[in-house]
Each structure stands twice: as structure tokens, then as C-alpha cells.
Design a protein around this ligand. Structure first.
Ligand code: NAD
Length: 362
């Protein structure tokens, strides 16, 4: 269609009875200026070819030019662009437009068409969780071994997670500690050494950032690796203790990790040393358990990340909220149906995307 100004269309949006273009033209200082033009296409369709010279009357010439794309987007506000159909978006502008869509996401009935027009893929379930996190006044996160897999530490249940093909639930026990200390010691020496040089991954860092931003009130973890604290989180309830400290299994006196690794007996009573983890047949540390329960009982959202939820009693915690519950896990778990929202994927993939949605609305 002929336009008097030397401008090109960068966005065309359809609405009932017509369409509107955001156009650009070079400005004198070498950048771009932006303006809108409206096309009453429904009426134009009714015109015969002989009446073509009438068309310019139906296409409003861009009049008011503004010096930035963001101001150009504001010129589209009277057309309620969020309700329009995006017919075309110039490739150079797709990312910019998507930024506007993200920032204004509560005004959309459906963002799918906009995501397609902007050439981005997005998962509505991640947006939902981001909105829940933003709306909740008290969110508790429960983490399991899956969140640390991206740091290079295998979980227990996934293929490859087992040590010497032994089920950890048979060796990480008080029974093994007393009756087969060699295997118990070899297992935990292996686990302590496996942690050497490993660092938290983006999932731990995002949770620590959310805590700092007041978006989550506590992290209850089944992990013994200390990664949440290393990433900077401060309110961390270690439900299964920590592999980073050691005590005597007889007199409970503290000892060093080095003494444990070298199988040195307790300096006080010559008893066998053990890491300060909760074994499968032991009760949880009372403080951590009670703090986690307290925080969850008043929470508006509980988010479980990277846990098969096979281990009792930590797997009871998500149900103790009166609020919403969500889970992020690579695979399905037997508990999936108990959650309001389940997101299947790797924590290190989905959390950064959720974080983008969260940060874009803060
Ligand atoms: P689990 O091994 O039973 O389950 C881990 C879950 O994480 C699995 O369902 C798996 O599908 C999922 N997963 C794997 N990779 C993932 C990823 N990248 N993103 C998201 N999910 C992923 O672990 P659990 O439920 O924590 O229970 C195991 C027990 O073993 C706990 O008591 C824990 O103390 C101990 N453990 C701790 C560590 C650790 O400290 N990092 C590691 C292994 C086991």
C-alpha cells in the first residue's frame, strides 16, 4: 500500500475491523523515529478496484513521530495492543516486543500468539509459578538431591546415582555403621570426596537471590552438601544434617573430616567416627524439623525442587501447607497428584526462566 512518508512497517496488529501499523523512518540524527498508522481494512475490502483512489482516505497517515521504540509502543496503547493479533513483527524488533509482552503479561488473554510472532518459546506453567511466587507472602522451598545434580553430585535414585550398585538405603544406616563399618566408611568417604571442588549451580544461586529479595522465607533441604549456604542462603533447615562435619558415633564429640577420612578412631573414646548426616533409620534433627514444619504451616506456597519424595518424613512436609504447592522435578514422582502445579524439567533449566519472569515483574 502506498504511503506518502518514506517509512517501513515494523509491527502490524489486527483488531476487529482493521489493523494498525507501527512504522519507522530514519531520523536526521541517524536513528529511527516511530509512528502509527491505522488501516480500516474491513471497509477497504468492500471497495472495488476503480475506487482504489479512495483508499488513502481510509488509511491514516502516520502523523505524530516519536524518537524511540518504547514511545512508539505507547502510541499503540489506545488500540489495546495486548488484545490485538500480531500479524507481523519485524525480526529486528522481536526481542524488544517480547520484553514489552513480558512486562505487561497480566493484560494478555493469551500470550501464545505473541510468543510465536516474537519467535520465542515460553512455558505458561513457568509463568504461573512465577506469579505464585510473586503473590505469596510466605514461600518455603523444599529441596532434594536433584537440585545438586547440575553441580556434579549424583542423586540416589536416578540411573547412575547408585554407588557400586548398592542401594544407599542399606548402607547409610545405623545398622551398617555398627555392623559393617568398612562399607559405611567407604560409602561416606566416597561421598565426601565426591564433593571436593564442587560448587553450587544456578539453581542454588537463584534461591539465595530470592531469599535476599524477600521472595522466599526459608529453604528446607534433604541435601547434606551445604550448597545452599555456599550460594549465600541464610535460612536453611538441614533436615538430613550435613556431610561437612563429623562426630564420634559413641560419645558424640566432634572430630575433623580428615580424621574420618583416615579412619582415625575418636580421640576421646576410640569410637568410630561418622559424618553428621541423618541416616535412613535415624530421626531428623529436631530443630531443623520443627523450624521447617513451623515455616510450612504458615506458608502460602511450598515449592519442592529435585526430590523423589520417597524419604519419610521429609516427604510429608509439602502437605503441611494451607496454601499452594508446586514441584519441579526431572521425572514424575508418586506424589505428583498431590500438588497444585507440577513442572517436569531440570531445575537448572526451568529456574532461570522462572526467575526471568519473576524479575520482570518486580
Ligand atoms: P532422590 O535421589 O530420591 O531423588 C532425586 C530426584 O531428583 C529424582 O526424582 C530425579 O528425577 C530428580 N532430578 C534429577 N536430576 C534433576 C535435575 N537436574 N533437576 C530436577 N530434578 C532432578 O533424592 P531425595 O528425594 O533428595 O532423597 C534422597 C536422599 O539422599 C535424601 O535423604 C538426601 O539426604 C540424600 N542425598 C543427598 C544428596 C546431596 O546432598 N546432594 C545427594 C544424593 C542423596
Amino acid at each position: 500500500m502506498h504511503m506518502a512518508t518514506n517509512s517501513e512497517t515494523i509491527i502490524t496488529l489486527g483488531f476487529e475491523g482493521g489493523s494498525v501499523d507501527l512504522r519507522r523512518k530514519p531520523s536526521t540524527d541517524g536513528t529511527w523515529e516511530y509512528a502509527v498508522s491505522r488501516n480500516e481494512s474491513a471497509m477497504a475490502d468492500l471497495l472495488s478496484e476503480e475506487d482504489e483512489d479512495l483508499i488513502p482516505m481510509l488509511v491514516s497517515e502516520p502523523k505524530h513521530w516519536v524518537p524511540s521504540f518504547d514511545e512508539g509502543m505507547r502510541l499503540l496503547e489506545p488500540y489495546h495492543w495486548q488484545r490485538c493479533t500480531p500479524y507481523q513483527i519485524h525480526p529486528e524488533y522481536r526481542n524488544h516486543v517480547w520484553d514489552h509482552v513480558v512486562a505487561d503479561r497480566h493484560s494478555f488473554r493469551s500470550m501464545d500468539r505473541w510468543a510465536r510472532a516474537c519467535g520465542v518459546s515460553y512455558r505458561p506453567d513457568l509463568v504461573t509459578l512465577a506469579d505464585w511466587i510473586l503473590a505469596s507472602r510466605s514461600t518455603v522451598v523444599l529441596t532434594g538431591a536433584g537440585i545438586s545434580v547440575a553441580s556434579g553430585l549424583p542423586d540416589f535414585r536416578s540411573p547412575g546415582g547408585w554407588w557400586r550398585n548398592i542401594d544407599p538405603t542399606t548402607v547409610a544406616t545405623v545398622v551398617a555403621l555398627h555392623q559393617d563399618y568398612d562399607t559405611f566408611h567407604a560409602f561416606y568417604s566416597h561421598r565426601i570426596r565426591a564433593l571436593e571442588g564442587l560448587i553450587p549451580n544456578p539453581s542454588h544461586e537463584i534461591l539465595a537471590k530470592w531469599e535476599g529479595q524477600g521472595l522466599i522465607s526459608a529453604i528446607a533441604t534433604q541435601n547434606v552438601d551445604g550448597f545452599h549456604q555456599m550460594a549465600g542462603a541464610t535460612t536453611v533447615y538441614e533436615l538430613h544434617g550435613s556431610i561437612k562435619s563429623v562426630r564420634c558415633s559413641s560419645c558424640n564429640q566432634p572430630a575433623t573430616v580428615e580424621a574420618f577420612l583416615s579412619k582415625t578412631p575418636c580421640a576421646h573414646c576410640a569410637g568410630d567416627l561418622r559424618p553428621n548426616v541423618t541416616l535412613f533409620d535415624e530421626s531428623l534433627p529436631q530443630d531443623a524439623w520443627e523450624n521447617a514444619m513451623k515455616a510450612i504451616s504458615v506458608s502460602e506456597l511450598v515449592l519442592v525442587i529435585g526430590s523423589s519424595l520417597n524419604v519419610y518424613p521429609a516427604n510429608r512436609l509439602p502437605r503441611m501447607t494451607n496454601g499452594l504447592s508446586a514441584a519441579i522435578n526431572l521425572e514424575e514422582t508418586a506424589m505428583d497428584s498431590g500438588f497444585n502445579l507440577v513442572i517436569h524439567g531440570k531445575a537448572e533449566d526451568v529456574l532461570p526462566e522462572i526467575d526471568q519472569w519473576v524479575q520482570s515483574s518486580r
